[in-house]
Write a protein that binds this ligand. Structure first.
Ligand code: HEC
Ligand code: HEC
Length: 202
């Protein structure tokens, strides 16, 4: 047997399926020990996933699995919080295609619960105008709707800010048009946009 086959066989034993082969409910319990009940995250650095689009959820899980996004370490927030920190790349490393399909279907079917966060009301109009000019094509209806890009309205601003930080480094891959538009923005513009998304709490 050549080396390649030995590696393939080893991978079959140690990867996907085996880690999370148990019931779907056990799987979502793992997700929700960070993303909160029904994916409506109460933690400002953990994104809300309940009610996000199916395509986006599935795509982002697939992307983490191949390390196409930054693999940021995070602690478990509920359940056994003494479990070592982990990241979305490791978590998706244990998922099969079918797991990811089911997870995306499940979380997209749940209601989107906007984050109850504070914001600077004086920046909302400026943020809305920037959004309309630069972001609306892909993050439709003021960022509330399913479009080419994910829903932004009501997402935790600290998480969004952190996600945007990785765009110039190429670690969080976004369409070139979005990258170009963001490249022209000042910190103040980004702050205005984030205040706009944070203000959308209905
Ligand atoms: C240990 C905590 C933790 C667990 C467990 C966890 N996540 Fe995450 N997840 C995060 C954090 C933190 C982020 C944001 C990563 C970052 O900062 O770049 C994230 C990001 C995501 C994203 C990207 C959302 C977006 O708006 O781009 C999806 C989708 C996701 N997780 C789904 C899941 C699913 C499904 C599970 C269960 C199989 C799960 N997560 C388990 C902490 C966790
Ligand atoms: C050409 C289409 C397009 C345009 C224009 C665009 N985006 Fe995006 N955006 C996307 C796509 C697609 C993604 C998802 C990338 C991925 O798969 O992770 C995304 C992701 C994001 C994310 C990460 C969300 C998350 O949950 O992790 C933020 C924040 C964001 N966009 C903000 C903006 C802002 C602000 C603007 C306007 C300045 C903008 N986008 C313009 C297509 C676009």
């Amino acid at each position: 047997m050549n080396k390649v086959w030995i590696i393939v066989l080893l991978l079959l034993f140690i990867t996907p399926g085996s880690v999370f082969s148990s019931e779907f409910g056990e799987l979502t319990a793992i997700c929700e020990s960070c993303h909160g009940p029904d994916g409506a995250s109460p933690y400002s650095d953990v994104p809300i996933i309940g009610g996000q689009t199916e395509k986006y959820l599935r795509g982002s899980l697939q992307s983490y699995q191949v390390w196409g996004r930054p693999c940021v370490k995070s602690a478990y927030r509920t359940g056994d919080t003494s479990r070592p920190k982990t990241d979305m790349c490791k978590i998706t490393g244990g998922l099969s295609e079918e797991d990811m399909r089911m997870l995306a279907e499940h979380y997209s079917s749940l209601p989107w619960v906007p984050a109850p966060q504070s914001f600077d009301a004086s920046q909302v109009d400026a943020g809305a105008a920037l959004h309309q000019q630069n972001c609306e094509t892909c993050h439709e209806q003021g960022g509330t709707a399913d479009g080419i890009g994910p829903r932004l309205a009501g997402q935790w601003a600290p998480y969004l800010k952190h996600a945007l930080k990785f765009v110039p480094t190429g670690e969080h891959m976004v369409p070139p048009l979005m990258e170009r538009k963001l490249g022209d923005f000042s910190e103040a513009d980004i702050a205005a946009l984030l205040n706009y998304y944070a203000s959308q709490q209905n």
